[in-house]
Design a protein around this ligand. Structure first.
Ligand SMILES: C[S@@+](CC[C@H](N)C(=O)[O-])C[C@H]1O[C@@H](n2cnc3c(N)ncnc32)[C@H](O)[C@@H]1O
Length: 439
């Protein structure tokens, strides 16, 4: 590890780490090749990511089979497109398996149905390939976008600073590698695929990665195999971690950068700000850049720009600079769509210390022996799942919608007319999902 980098702390207890080991916790943090896994329960988190990868691998395989089957009955350009797609899906499965190899070990996992039932199907930012386009933007065709982002961030850095920077939610580390050309950078993210791609490139090795544009320009653009290239000399240490449990000593970091993070992380902005306040040194600077596309179900979590100085003030920050500019966003040359985003960049100085927020999971989640409380949302979900399972158990190759609806209303669960519409809607949704997924 580079001596100029900040030191690290145990994400579980906050005590200093010695070569990735926490003596008070009697715990050693594992490495995925050059990537330390500084998560509070690293083995549990890696097992969870392996399950997510199994689902993704099965999805890629199902899509490949579907494209091959369609190619077998197609002719001319359609057959060429479908064969090209099937081969590219097989290629991507192999590429990802190779990139994730340090995490997979002796990979044996639950059946697809069990994984689906256990909701390993996740929101985009928790899926293995949820940010595949960021990999391509960072390492294939997006250098102008990375340079535009770096230029705006450099404009907000403290004068002449060559102090270390910690990029949180660094993704595939393209921006971190650019900023690391003039200073040491720690790049933390919670997604192992993004960091394993970055680690491979930062070690000077190329990597293959396939792009599947949703609006391909031409036949060859339906699937494009890229050979990702290592960056020029840079100084970046990737860390697999979770910002909610920052693996840094209190008051230790001079500069943190968040880039396209604040509106996707599962924390309200004020709590994220207090978390960053805790790890920044007195007078330390937080630079943020990205969109303000907050979409939380709770509108209180979705601030607009004018609210942000107040939120920062309440979390011990003073906003120093704030600017806006239109930036190109993920403009693949293989894609027909072109997006621009009105990006906000601000810098804020830590002017006071606020108590660190308690981002820990509830005890019943952390300790498997504790009873899980019957929360209203869990209760509602349990009822919904029972109804779901009951309807599916009625599908036996003999009963029709009317018979199932009649049984539903006979049990007093719904009036007959509503039951018919509900059962038909439910079965139609299952059928349409099957068509979409290619099962
Ligand atoms: C919209 S992407 C932006 C990534 C990168 N900054 C870029 O612009 O390409 C958000 C990133 O935040 C990461 N992320 C989300 N929640 C996180 C958390 N709690 N801790 C660490 N990383 C997180 C995701 O894995 C993802 O890479």
């Amino acid at each position: 590890m580079n001596d100029a980098l900040p030191s690290f702390a145990c994400p579980a207890c906050g005590n200093p780490l010695h070569v990735w080991r926490c003596n008070p916790c009697n715990a050693s943090y594992p490495m995925l090749e050059a990537v330390p896994v500084l998560l509070p329960e690293p083995e549990m988190a890696l097992a969870d990511w392996r399950n997510r990868w199994r689902l993704e691998r099965q999805r890629l395989y199902a899509e490949e089979r579907r494209a091959s089957a369609a190619a077998a009955t197609a002719a001319g350009i359609a057959a060429a497109r479908l064969n090209h797609l099937a081969a590219a899906l097989a290629k991507q499965r192999a590429c990802l398996e190779s990139l994730l190899a340090p995490m997979l070990g002796n990979d044996r996992g639950g059946a697809r149905e069990t994984l689906l039932g256990l909701r390993t199907r996740l929101p985009g930012h928790h899926a293995v390939t949820g940010y595949a386009t960021n990999v391509l933007r960072d390492w294939a065709w997006g250098q102008p976008e990375t340079l535009a982002a770096a230029r705006a961030i450099r404009g907000h850095l403290p004068e002449g600073a060559t102090t270390p920077i910690t990029v949180l939610g660094a993704g595939a580390c393209g921006l971190a590698a650019e900023l690391g050309r003039e200073r040491p950078v720690v790049a933390l993210d919670s997604n192992p695929l993004l960091l394993l791609v970055a680690a491979r490139l930062l070690a000077g090795t190329t990597a293959e990665f396939v792009e599947f544009p949703t609006a391909p320009r031409h036949l060859d653009d339906v699937a494009v195999v890229h050979l990702l290239q290592p960056p020029p000399a840079t100084n970046v240490q990737p860390i697999l971690g979770d910002i909610r449990f920052p693996p840094f000593p209190a008051a230790s970091l001079p500069v943190v950068v968040t880039h396209w993070l604040i509106d996707v992380i599962d924390l309200p902005l004020g709590v994220l700000a207090a978390t960053l306040n805790h790890v920044l040194e007195p007078g330390g600077v937080w630079i943020n850049q990205g969109s303000l596309a907050f979409t939380n179900g709770n509108p209180a979590w979705n601030p607009c720009l004018e609210e942000i100085p107040e939120i920062l003030r309440a979390s011990g920050f003073e906003m120093l600079t704030c600017s806006e500019e239109d930036q190109p966003y993920q403009q693949s040359p293989h894609h027909r769509q072109r997006r621009y985003e009105r990006v906000v960049t601000w810098s804020a100085r830590k002017v006071g210390a606020v108590p660190p927020p308690d981002n820990r999971s509830p005890d019943w989640l952390a300790d498997g022996a504790q009873p899980i409380p019957l929360l209203p949302a869990f209760q509602a979900q349990a009822t919904a799942v029972r109804v779901h399972a009951w309807i599916m158990s009625q599908v036996n190759g003999q009963r029709g919608v009317d018979a199932i609806a009649a049984e539903l209303s006979r049990q007093g669960l719904m009036p007959p007319e509503e039951a018919r519409a509900a059962v038909r809607g439910f079965v139609r949704t299952m059928f349409e999902e099957m068509l979409r997924s290619g099962d």
